[in-house]
Design a protein around this ligand. Structure first.
Ligand code: FES
Length: 188
């Protein structure tokens, strides 16, 4: 076996470098705020959408682009629980379980996802592609049931929509950002 690794391995080990279009997008984000550091959270979101987690090189890159130290970037990344610093499921699904979503049927959405993925909340699908979690209020209470995948919200989700989202993501074999856009289109 040779030394080359495929794209999925490169993403999960942190050796992949952001593709040119993403790099350009990150640079552009820094021009949208009075100070470059104002773009940091958006940059981290976009990187996590692409890689599935945030690698040490990503933090260095964000530091270079925003003019702050990698240590400061790390302090931001480690403060927010939404950021992952280790590879995990490619598509972590968080279903809001708080009252507004609950009265609108979030339990049925969670049950449908658990059945579809073959895993209970708090665990991952057998292929490691998805994880399922019940989370606290996502701040979109008027549009429940609401779920979040890689900082992207899906609102007014019912069991059928939840299954369609998983189907769209399961078919993805490359860019996870595009996969999430496909999933959003599938439930529009
Ligand atoms: S209760 Fe679900 S988003 Fe607030």
């Amino acid at each position: 076996m040779g030394d080359t690794i495929n794209e999925e391995e490169a993403l999960s080990t942190g050796t992949a470098t952001p593709p040119e279009p993403l790099l350009r997008e990150l640079e552009k984000l820094t021009t949208r705020y009075p100070t470059k550091r104002g773009a940091l959270l958006l940059m981290l979101n976009r990187i996590q959408e692409w890689r599935g987690w945030i690698a040490p090189d990503d933090m260095r890159l964000c530091g270079e682009l925003t003019g702050i130290s990698a240590a400061e970037v790390w302090s931001v990344v480690s403060f927010y629980t939404m950021y992952r610093t280790r590879p995990g499921a490619r598509f972590p699904i968080g279903v809001c379980r708080n009252i507004a979503c609950w009265v609108q049927g979030s339990e049925r959405v969670t049950a449908a996802l658990a059945e579809k993925l073959g895993c209970a909340p708090g665990s991952s699908s057998a292929d490691g592609k998805f994880s399922l979690q019940e989370v606290e209020c996502l701040g979109s209470c008027g549009s429940g049931p609401c779920l979040e995948i890689d900082s992207r919200y899906f609102e007014n989700v019912d069991p059928a929509k939840a299954r369609r989202i998983v189907d769209a993501l399961a078919q993805a074999d490359g860019d996870p950002v595009r996969a999430l856009e496909d999933a959003a289109r599938a439930v529009r």
